[in-house]
Ligand binder design. Structure first.
Ligand SMILES: C[S@@+](CC[C@H](N)C(=O)[O-])C[C@H]1O[C@@H](n2cnc3c(N)ncnc32)[C@H](O)[C@@H]1O
Length: 306
């Protein structure tokens, strides 16, 4: 069995053996999962993409003044590389997207080359849920990005380890832009994760297909439905696959059971205040230089300095 597949099996077994079953959200992103995510970002209920883009448009005018000389943009979890297009300018010589779904990224960045023929693009596969090294190309000054409120997708407050890891990996006096979704009205939050066209549901149910394709588990997508709810106590959206029936399935030789109405948590999206995210960043050893908000104060983009 290949290493990636072995890890997938190990993490699946771990998550599904817990009392409250979980599957890490990074496993959503096969090619189809990445396409579904792109669809989610286009839904009218899904405000985070629109709001973050509104802020990045403001920022695009500032970036050439914030940083002098030639630049390289390193984007962690870039996905479709859609937002970085707003920020690119002639000073940017390299774009380095780092993502678990690197085949999707390679396809997505193909048209960047048309608009910016001199831009060198180097997609790299990483898994940022574990400690990882950011490739240290000795090129221009590098500016780092972690957009799309992906900082909210860590369980058990592990985002602090992620922020510490990047800071150590990139060294002192470097800059990281982070997109952060803010706590707001519960209905607005829940609508964003339960779009009427059902793309969030398709994105989550696709996990069952990914598991079956890899392990012939005997799971059937028809025996699940998706729900996204805001947990007021933990200040996060939790996405669940809910079992419609009592059922069993296999992972390798191990048999698992799911009761009717039992939840598997497949998504977490922690929400912050500007204060709580500033505190978190400082605890991880970053300086908070500045943050920008959209006009409804739904979303923030932070600029951190190591
Ligand atoms: C919520 S999407 C955000 C995409 C994009 N940054 C945006 O703002 O629209 C998360 C992205 O991170 C990638 N990703 C998720 N978990 C990852 C992990 N553990 N390591 C590396 N990339 C991951 C996914 O493939 C996806 O492209």
């Amino acid at each position: 069995m290949k290493k990636d597949k072995k890890n997938f099996l190990k993490e699946l077994k771990e998550g599904l053996s817990k009392k409250n079953k979980t599957i890490p959200s990074k496993f959503h992103y096969d090619l189809l999962g990445s396409k579904y995510f792109e669809k989610i970002t286009q839904q009218k209920e899904y405000y985070p993409t629109r709001k973050e883009k509104e802020i990045l448009k403001k920022l695009s005018k500032r970036i050439p003044f914030l940083f002098s000389g030639d630049l390289s943009f390193v984007e962690i979890g870039s996905g479709a590389a859609d937002k970085i297009k707003i920020l690119l300018n002639k000073k940017v010589k390299y774009y380095i997207p780092l993502d678990i779904s690197v085949d999707f990224v390679k396809k997505s960045v193909a048209n960047l080359k048309k608009k910016y023929p001199n831009l060198k693009v180097k997609p790299i596969k990483i898994d940022y849920s574990k400690p990882f090294k950011i490739p240290n190309f000795k090129i221009t000054k590098k500016i780092y990005f972690f957009l799309g409120s992906s900082i909210g997708n860590f369980h058990n407050k592990k985002e602090i380890n992620f922020l510490k890891n990047i800071r150590k990996s990139i060294g002192k006096k470097n800059y990281l832009f982070v997109g952060v979704d803010l706590i707001k009205n519960k209905q607005i939050l829940e609508n964003a994760y339960n779009d009427k066209n059902g793309y969030t549901s398709k994105f989550s149910l696709n996990l069952i297909n990914i598991i079956n394709r890899n392990f012939k588990s005997g799971l059937n997508i028809k025996n699940f439905y998706y729900k996204g709810i805001f947990n007021d106590r933990l200040k996060c959206i939790q996405g669940f696959l809910v079992s419609k029936i009592n059922q069993s399935f296999f992972l390798g030789k191990k048999k698992f059971f799911l009761k009717k109405n039992e939840n598997i948590q497949v998504e977490i999206s922690n929400k912050f205040t500007t204060r709580s995210f500033s505190q978190l960043s400082r605890l991880a050893g970053w300086k908070v230089k500045k943050y920008w908000l959209d006009n409804q104060k739904y979303f923030a983009v932070f600029l951190l300095k190591s």
